[in-house]
Design a protein around this ligand. Structure first.
Ligand code: IPD
Ligand code: CA
Ligand code: CA
Length: 266
C-alpha cells in the first residue's frame, strides 16, 4: 500500500516545476554546446544538470528521505519505501538546445509502484499540466479530458522511438501504417509534452518505443486521469520504473484502434 500524501508533496511538485522551468529559460536560446551520451541524438546540456541540481537540493530540504530517479543522475535512494520522485530535467533536449520552443520539465511522485502525482511544465508557454491519482488532470488548474475522436480516420497520432533503438525500420513501418489509417502524424521530440497533448485532447494517440520512466511517468498519470489509456505495446499494464518501455497511449477508442489496426498487423 502506498503511503498517503500529506499535501506537501503536491505543493512541492507545482512549485519546483515552475522554478525549474524558469531556470531553463535562462539557458533557452543561448545553448552553445551539448554532450553526447549513448550516441548520436542522445544529448545533455548544462541546463539539464542545473535543473537536476535544483530539484535534488529542494527535495532534500523540503521532503528529506524521499528518493530521486533522474535521467542524468540515476537513482538516488532515500529511506526504504519512501516515495520516488522521477525527474526529466529537460524533455525535448534537442529542441531546447536548438532554440525550438517545444520542451518541458517532467516530474512525478511514485510510491508502491503507483504514480501518485505528476506534472509537466512548459515554461515557454507558461503551461503547467498536472494530475493527482483519483483526482483528475488539469492544465493551469482547468480540468482536461482526452479527445472523443472515435477511430483513426481523423485522428492525430504521434509515433516516436528512442535514439538508442537499433530497430528503426520497425518503427518506420509503424509510421507508414499509421499514415495509411489516419490523416495526421506528428513527431515533436518531447514524450512528456505528447502525453500532455493526449491528456488535453489535442492529440488522439501515441506510440513510443524505448522510453524511460522519467520521460513518461508524469504524462502517463495525466492521460489516465484525463480518461485515457496507457499500456505497453502488448496492451498490458506495465511497471512505470521499468528502464526501457514501449508504450501506446490514447483516448480509449483510439488506443483500441492502434492496438488492433496498427500494432497487431506490424
Ligand atoms: C527524448 C524525447 C523524445 C523521445 C526520446 C527521449 P530527451 O527525451 O522525449 O521525444 O522520442 O526517446 O529520449 O532526450 O529529450 O530528454
Ligand atoms: Ca526525455
Ligand atoms: Ca531529458
Amino acid at each position: 500500500m502506498e503511503p498517503p500524501l500529506t499535501g506537501r508533496e503536491a505543493a512541492f511538485l507545482h512549485d519546483v516545476c515552475r522554478e525549474a522551468g524558469a531556470l531553463t529559460l535562462r539557458y533557452f536560446g543561448r545553448v552553445s554546446g551539448w554532450t553526447e551520451k549513448s550516441g548520436r541524438g542522445d544529448i545533455v546540456t548544462e541546463a539539464d544538470h542545473a535543473v537536476e541540481e535544483l530539484v535534488a537540493r529542494r527535495l532534500a530540504e523540503e521532503l528529506p528521505g524521499h528518493s530521486l530517479l533522474t535521467e542524468e543522475r540515476g537513482f538516488v535512494p532515500g529511506h526504504q519505501d519512501a516515495p520516488i520522485w522521477v525527474l526529466d530535467p529537460v524533455d525535448g533536449t534537442r529542441n531546447f538546445a536548438l532554440g525550438v520552443p517545444v520542451y518541458c520539465v517532467s516530474l512525478a511522485c511514485v510510491a508502491g509502484g503507483k504514480i501518485l502525482l505528476g506534472a509537466v511544465y512548459d515554461p515557454v508557454h507558461d503551461i503547467l499540466y498536472h494530475a493527482e491519482s483519483g483526482k483528475g488532470a488539469f492544465q493551469n488548474e482547468v480540468p482536461v479530458r482526452v479527445s472523443e475522436t472515435p477511430d483513426l480516420h481523423d485522428a492525430l497520432i504521434s509515433v516516436s522511438w528512442s535514439p538508442r533503438r537499433r530497430d528503426v525500420e520497425e518503427y518506420v513501418r509503424i509510421v507508414a501504417r499509421v499514415a495509411a489509417h489516419t490523416s495526421y502524424f506528428r513527431r515533436i521530440g518531447s514524450a512528456a509534452l505528447v502525453l500532455s497533448y493526449v491528456a488535453t485532447g489535442r492529440f488522439d494517440g501515441y506510440i513510443q518505443a524505448g522510453i524511460s520512466p522519467w520521460d513518461i511517468a508524469a504524462g502517463t498519470l495525466l492521460v489516465r486521469e484525463a480518461g485515457g489509456v496507457v499500456t505497453d505495446i502488448q496492451g498490458c499494464p506495465f511497471d512505470i520504473l521499468t528502464p526501457s518501455l514501449d508504450i501506446v497511449a490514447g483516448n480509449p477508442a483510439v488506443h483500441r484502434c492502434l492496438m488492433e489496426d496498427v500494432l497487431r498487423k506490424s
